[in-house]
Design a protein around this ligand. Sequence first.
Ligand code: RB5
Length: 150
Amino acid sequence: MRIGFGCDHAAVEMKNILMDHLAGKGHECVDFGTDSSEHRADYPEKALAVAEAVKTGEIDKGVLCCGTGIGMMLAANKVPGIRAAVCGEPYSAELTVRHNNSNIITIGARVIGPELAKMVVDAFFEAEFEGGRHQERLDMITAIEEKYSK
Ligand code: RB5
């Protein structure tokens, strides 16, 4: 899978660790930055870059890391068609793919450590969407997006 990675200044090390980890599992990893913990990088800019790349098909899925994972999730979900979920344990990471067909996972680098984060992203990328009744619910989310995009 072609996976895009983005982070703010609070999560550079986590982004790099997860990128190396997933590259080691055979994924093609694309780095959208940032690379500096010293200079401020605002999470909405990185979230937008990765979310737009998912939307255009430049990448298949995304991993976004910030202090809590929450800011990245909120910003990415503003792009129609993006289903970003912050996950701090593997069960949610698996289910957000199986049921929500999430295309971006967000990680809180100040919330969980790197070993747990690796387990979380593994669960995310090993899961498959189940479709059926879950697709019907995603269609309802799309209808909400369309209602408020006019
Ligand atoms: C940056 O200080 C912090 O606000 C950010 O990384 C993230 O936690 C926001 O949701």
